[in-house]
Design a protein around this ligand. Structure first.
Ligand SMILES: Nc1nc2c(c(=O)[nH]1)N[C@H]1C(S)=C(S)[C@@H](COP(=O)(O)O)O[C@H]1N2
Ligand SMILES: [Mo]
Length: 323
């Protein structure tokens, strides 16, 4: 995903980053410099060392005091692979609004205010409306599902998400018969999200889209919690999409707007690099990314390389959508 990003010497870190974050970062780097030196050697000797060191690292910020949000686990959606420790899922993130450094997202996002949060439902619907995220959550049937999450960069984790089927939300929103797609948009808050300021070549705010058939597929989920509590900022608080048969970039975080449309909406990564990322972005081990293979992926928890399955192992649920 690292494309069109100026080299370090083009955008000095201290110009691109607010003072507080910059100094905090310097302290962090000092603290970890020794460990990092040892790690570099170990990682060269043994790739699994990266994952092993990550497991020993301090718990990332953002997990303290999160309100409990428990729901019965739906046994239909589990996986043989063990659930990834939350310290990893909350400490290794893609969330470019904050930073492109996966291990720093939790730190940069830790003061983000995800509540109160207004959600807008608009476009081809009987009645456009806006409501508070918690009012929406109260009206939806919550459940827990354990899903694999496979990033287009070829790493993956296994997460117990809490949320509701997107199809229930669509039913509740009452789209008109003219609605053929669902478009979703992330917040625009450059004061709190330094990546939105420093990476001004990106078409913020982040946006994504699904066909109505995809949005109403049983796997598509709006996630509002993980590991038995409300979502931490770094994982997309207060609500995000999870479409586990697609590359991770389709699972848009921190949604402020749902818009039902007639035309196929654009999606962020396709606009940024059309030759590398398409609209559908279904996980497919046989189609390499122009710059790397998609045949296998790294399990972030163990550092082990594992084969990638068509539709990330969810073919039985979704393959019929694409025939
Ligand atoms: N708004 C927004 N949503 C986003 C992203 C992002 O940068 N901004 N990154 C995507 C990518 S590339 C991935 S792999 C997943 C990562 O989710 P996680 O950090 O909860 O594992 O979020 C996706 N959703
Ligand atoms: Mo990703």
């Amino acid at each position: 995903m690292l494309i069109r990003i100026p080299k370090g010497w083009e955008t000095p870190e201290r110009e691109a980053t607010p003072e507080e974050v910059y100094h905090e970062r310097r302290r962090f780097l000092k603290r970890t410099a020794v460990l990092a030196g040892l790690a570099a050697g170990a990682v060269n000797a043994w790739p699994g060392a990266a994952a092993w060191l990550r497991a020993l690292a301090p718990e990332p910020p953002g997990l303290e005091g999160l309100r409990k949000l428990e729901a019965a686990r739906n046994p239909k959606y589990t996986t043989k692979r063990p659930i990834t420790a939350e310290r990893i899922v909350a400490g290794y993130n893609n969330f470019y609004e904050f930073t492109t450094d996966k291990e720093r997202v939790a730190y940069v996002a830790r003061h983000f205010r995800a509540r109160p949060w207004e959600v807008e439902i608009t476009g081809e619907v009987e009645k456009p409306r806006r409501l508070d995220v918690d009012e929406l959550i109260r009206q939806m049937p919550l459940e827990e599902r354990v899903y694999r999450l496979r990033c287009v960069e070829a790493w993956s984790v296994v997460v117990p998400w809490v949320g509701f089927p997107l199809t229930k939300f669509v039913e509740w929103a009452r789209p008109k018969s003219t609605a053929r797609y669902l478009r979703m948009v992330t917040f625009w808050r450059p004061e709190e999200a330094p990546g939105q300021r420093s990476q001004d070549w990106y078409p913020w705010p982040y946006f994504e889209g699904l066909t109505m058939a995809e949005a109403t597929n049983e796997l598509a989920m709006i996630v509002v919690g993980s590991y038995g509590h409300i979502l931490p900022n770094q994982n997309g608080a207060p609500l995000r999409l999870i479409v586990p048969w697609k590359y991770g970039f389709k699972s848009i975080k921190s949604i402020v707007k749902f818009e039902f449309t007639r035309q196929q909406p654009k999606n962020f990564w396709n606009v940024v690099a059309p030759q590398e990322y398409d609209f559908y972005a279904n996980v497919n081990p046989q189609v390499p990314h122009p710059r790397w293979s998609q045949a296998s992926e790294i399990d972030v928890a163990t550092g082990n390389r594992i084969p990638t399955k068509p539709y990330n192992g969810y073919a039985e649920f979704v393959a019929h959508l694409y025939r």
